[in-house]
Write a new protein. Structure first.
Length: 201
């Protein structure tokens, strides 16, 4: 029952969008000072078809709208009134946890999460932990110490590492200065498919 109602709503929305195409075509044509005859010559579409499109008597199709958009020099979206693309910038506020500043780079909760992280200069004793998931680190500036299982390595700017977080791990400042890095974490163990550069290269 709810599915059928949803389909009816979608159909109503589509009908509304299509009904608005004709008046929009007429407005754009008049704004450019074009006549139906002139537009017909530029598109190869008959005057009668163009007239019926503008009056809503002809259902718009991609084959008709593409040449009209090209003739007017506008994007197809402008003819069909597609909703504007939302601002892609992520404006989440930074969060400070245990002295480390995190800037969330993803909007949606759950799934793969991305953060820019600033770790201040400080001396800390490694305290490896384990949990479900998979993590990928990329150092933007400074040097990041990573303790993973039996490994104790230092990543410099431009270096990356990825690991299963079920392995005991810890990462933080080397004590030499602050470090800025990107962290991608998948709670279900999603892999990023980016390999760490071997040490010494």
């Amino acid at each position: 029952m709810s599915e059928e109602g949803g389909d009816d709503h979608s159909d109503d929305h589509m009908d509304t969008v299509l009904a608005e195409v004709g008046p929009r075509l007429r407005r754009i044509r008049k704004e450019r000072g074009a006549t139906l005859a002139g537009l017909s010559g530029a598109t190869g579409i008959s005057v009668s078809t163009l007239s019926r499109l503008e009056s809503g008597l002809r259902r718009p199709s991609l084959e008709l709208l593409l040449p009209i958009a090209r003739a007017h020099g506008v994007a197809l979206d402008e003819l069909v009134g597609a909703p504007p693309v939302r601002d892609p910038r992520v404006r989440a506020q930074p969060v400070v946890r245990h002295g480390r500043t995190h800037w969330p780079l993803t909007r949606r909760p759950g799934g793969l999460q991305a953060f820019k992280v600033l770790e201040p200069r400080r001396a800390r004793e490694p305290d490896p932990r384990t949990h479900e998931g998979y993590e990928w680190l990329y150092v933007l500036s400074g040097r990041l110490r990573l303790v993973l299982g039996e490994h104790d390595v230092v990543l410099s700017a431009g270096e990356a590492a990825e690991f299963d977080t079920r392995v005991p791990h810890w990462f933080g400042s080397t004590g030499e200065g602050p470090v800025e890095f990107l962290s991608l974490f998948g709670p279900q163990g999603e892999r990023m498919h980016v390999r760490a550069r071997p040490a010494g290269t």
